[in-house]
Design a protein around this ligand. Sequence first.
Ligand code: CTP
Length: 425
Amino acid sequence: MKVIVGVSGGIAAYKAAELVRALQRQALDVQVVMTAAAQRFITPLTFASLTGHRVITGLWTEPEGGGNEGVAAEPGGFRSAIDHIEEAGSAKALVVAPATANLLAKFAVGIADDFLTTLYLATTAPVIVAPAMNVNMWEHPATRANLEVLQSRGVKIVPPEKGYLACGMTGSGRLAEPAAIVQAVLAQLQMRNDLAGEVVLVTAGGTREAIDPVRYLGNRSSGKMGYAIAEAARQRGARVILVTAPTSLRPPAGCEVAPVVSTAEMRDAVMSRLHEATIVIKAAAVADYRPRIPADQKLKRSGPLTLEFEPTEDILSEVALRRRPEMLVIGFAAETQDPLAHARGKLSRKGADAIVVNDVSRPGTGFDSDRNAVTFLTANTAIELPEMTKKELAERILDEVLALRRPASLVAESGLVSSRAEEPE
Ligand code: CTP
C-alpha cells in the first residue's frame, strides 16, 4: 500500500527520514514529495535512497536533476505534474511532516503553487499533518485558525510536542515522534469502508416546541450520540444525511446536514429524504407533545398558567410504516426505569429492527456526557455494549446494524452468535 510523505521546509525536515523508515516498517510503500524550502535542509537524494523512488521536487521534473542525481531516471524522461498527480492518486494517504506554518496556511486557503500544495487539493485520500515550528508561530491565532479549518475538513493533525526547539526557545512546536505519526497514518488507513454504498439517515439533537415567540419546550439531549454515529458512518464510506435539531456541535465533515427545530420540521425533513436512505437511525430525542396553539405574542406573567398539549407525529413509527424492504430502521430509547421492558415494547410498537436503549438514570453516562452504555435490542437478541465513549459506541452500534444485514447462517458461521447474550424468553 502506497503513502505519500510530504516534507516542507523546517529544521525538522531531517526527521522525516526517520518517519519514512518507520512507515516502511509497516510494509508501506513510501513516495516522498519535497517543497523547495525542504530541499535546503535535506537533499532529495536521502529520501530517494531510502525509498527507491525518485523524489517529486516540483511541478515539472526533468529526467536528470531535481536533486535526484545518482538515482535511476524516470522511464519516459520528462514528467509533468499531471503524470505525478495521477501516480500519487494511487496513494492511500498523504502525510506531511514536518508541516510548516506557511504550508498549513496554504493548505487552509487552497493555494496550489508547488507540487505538494497542488497534490493536497487533488488527493481524495486521508490527509495527516504533523506541524513543527517555533512556539510563537504555533500559538499564533493565524496558525490556530488555519488548523481549525483543516480539522473541520477532516485533516488529521498530529500535534507537536513540548521541548527545546531549534530556535532556542522551549515550548510546543517540536515535530511529534515518528511513532505517533505512524499511528495516526495507520488509524486513517485502517478506516473500514464497510458502509460504502449505504445512505445513512441519522436524526440527532433534541427537538424544541414553541410555547410563545421566545420560549420553547425542550429536552436535555446534546446530540453527541447522533453526531458520533453520523461521523463514524461517513468515515466508513456511507453517504450520510444528518437531520439535526439544534445542538452546540459542529456537524461532522462530509455529511449532508438538514437543520430543523421542531418535531414537525424533523418529520418533514426525514420524510422528504426517506426515499434515499438505506439505513435510518433515529438518535434524536423527539418531543412527544407540543403546545396545541403556541401564543402569537410573548406570554405575560399573570397568575397560574395552563397550557394545552397535543401529541406530536411519531416519526419512527411512520418511517417503519413507509420503509422499503431493504431499509434498516433503528430507534433509540432513553429510559429511567426498567429500560429493557420499555424498549421491548417500543421495538414491537414502532416496528423498528432494533432499539438502542440506555438507562439515563446511571450517573456519568447518557445526556450531555461523552460516555454511554447501551443495549442493542432486536426481536431475538439483547447485546450489551458496556460503558465507553460515544465515538467508540457509534462504531459498535454501526457494527451491530450491519450485522442485521447478514443472513443468520453467516452470523452463526462467523462465531458472532456466541458473543451475543441471547435474550431470555
Ligand atoms: N421518536 C420519534 N418521534 C416521536 C417520539 C419519538 O421518532 N414523536 C423516536 C425517537 O427518535 C427514538 C424512539 O422514537 O428513536 C423512542 O423515543 P421515545 O421518546 O423513547 O419513545 P416514545 O414512544 O415517545 O416513548 P415514551 O413514552 O417513553 O416517551
